[in-house]
Design a protein around this ligand. Sequence first.
Ligand code: SF4
Length: 347
Amino acid sequence: MANAEKPFIVPVFLPHIGCPHRCVFCNQTTITGVSHKMPSPEQVCRGIQAYLKYRGSRRTTAQISFYGGNFLGLEASEIRLLLDAASKFVAEGSVDSLRFSTRPDSISDERLDIIKDFPVQTIELGVQSMDDRVLALSNRGHTASDIGKAVGLLKKRSYEIGLQMMVGLPGDDDENCLRTGQRIADLSPDFVRIYPTVVLPGSVLGKWYRNGTYSPLSMERCVTLVKDLYLLFRERRIPVVRMGLQASEDLEKEAEYLAGPYHPAFGHLVFSEIFLDRAVSLLASKKPPLQTITIKVHPRNISRMRGMKNRNIETLKRKFQIRSLVIFPDPSIEEDTVEISEFRPSA
Ligand code: SF4
C-alpha cells in the first residue's frame, strides 16, 4: 500500500484562474461575476518564503505547486511571470522543482513550449472520467480522447504525470468508474488522485441536488468504490497519493458543502475497509462462535485495523460471534499484513 514518496509541497493557490468552463460540480465564481485576481509575482514570492519556514529540516524533495486553477489556460505572459517568480527558489536551492495542475484540453505543443525552459517536473491533469457521456453531463468541455492526447504529449517531454479522477459524477455508476480506473491505469501515469463528488453550493450540481435530479453517492458506497479503484491501481503499481477531498485545499470551507461523501479522513476509511476485508477473509474458514481472537498487525497499521471508532472490531465480533478480540501491534509483521490466531481453551 506504499504511496509515492511525498515531496514537501509549497502551495500557490490560483482560485479558478485560467478556467474557460464551468463544470457542473464546481462552484467557481469567476463566471458568476466575482472575479479572482491573479496574484502578483511579489505576492507569490512572499507566500512561498513564508511557507518554506514550515519545511524545517525535512530531507524530502520540495516542490512549488500551482493549483486550484487551470495553469496552462492562463495568458502566456502570466504563465511566465509565475514560473519566473517560482524558479528563483529552485535556482537558490530552497526547492527542487515546480508542478501545476491543468485541464487536459489546455495541453498542446504550443502551450508546453511556453514552459519548456522552466524547472517544471510534474503536471497533474483533471481527468475526472474516461467516459465521454459522463464528461459531457458534467460539462467538462473535453473528451476522453483529449486526455489520451494530453498524456501522450506530456510523456514525449518526460514530465511526471498525475491524473485525477472523480467518483459519483452525474450519469456515472460503479462499473463505469472502474472502467475509467482501468483506462487511466492503461495511460500509465506516475500517480493518481481519487476524489468523491460532493455537492457545493453555487454549483449546477447544487441545483440538480435541490430539484432531485442528482443524488450523491452514500459514504458507504463511495468508500467501497474508491477502495476497489485503489486496489486496481495498486495491482498496476500506480501510487494513489490522495483519496478524498482535503478541507483546506479542495473545499473553501469545510462546512460549505451541501451533500455528498465528504469525510476529513476519507483515505483512512478506505484503508480501514481493506483491513476489515482481510480479517474477514482470514476468519471465514473458522466456525463461529469464536472464543478469543488475536489480530496482529504492524504498529503503524493499528488504527486502520481497528477502523474509525473501533468499527472494524465491532463488525468482526458481530459477524463471527467472537467473545474477545484483541488487536496486537507487532513490529515483526510486515506493514499491510494481517495475522490472526485463535485461542481455544482445552476442554
Ligand atoms: S473544476 Fe476545474 S475545470 Fe472545472 S470549472 Fe472548476 S476550475 Fe474549471
